[in-house]
Design a protein around this ligand. Structure first.
Ligand SMILES: [Zn+2]
Length: 106
């Protein structure tokens, strides 16, 4: 099912900004990411793990819904990548630590 546009799904928001910071017990964590969605964009909040070859995805759709339902301006939390990727010891759980924050403009 294709995601609806932001202006349809969340007409009360003028922008939705998602910041992802990757960290953990790795010497060189992936670069942080910032995504800003405007009303014509698709309200799609699934982000692939930044590691090439990892099967993990971070799905923040429920978090954005929660902000909308609660009338909040922002939310933050953290998660671990649920994917698998190839490492030095072969395929194993990715377990990348992901800090996310979501801020909406009204
Ligand atoms: Zn991963």
């Amino acid at each position: 099912m294709a995601a609806k546009e932001v202006r349809v799904q969340y007409p009360q928001f003028t922008t939705i900004r998602v910041d992802l910071v990757f960290d953990g017990e790795v010497p060189q964590p992936p670069a942080p990411q910032s995504i800003v969605l405007h009303p014509p964009a698709r309200a799609y909040f699934v982000y692939p793990c930044p590691y090439a070859g990892c099967t993990g995805e971070l799905d923040l759709a429920a978090n954005v819904d929660h902000i909308a339902e609660q009338g909040k301006a922002r939310a933050a939390g953290h998660a671990r990548c649920n994917g698998e990727r190839h490492g030095r010891q072969g395929k194993g759980p990715c377990d990348l630590h992901i800090e996310y924050s979501i801020a909406v403009g009204k």
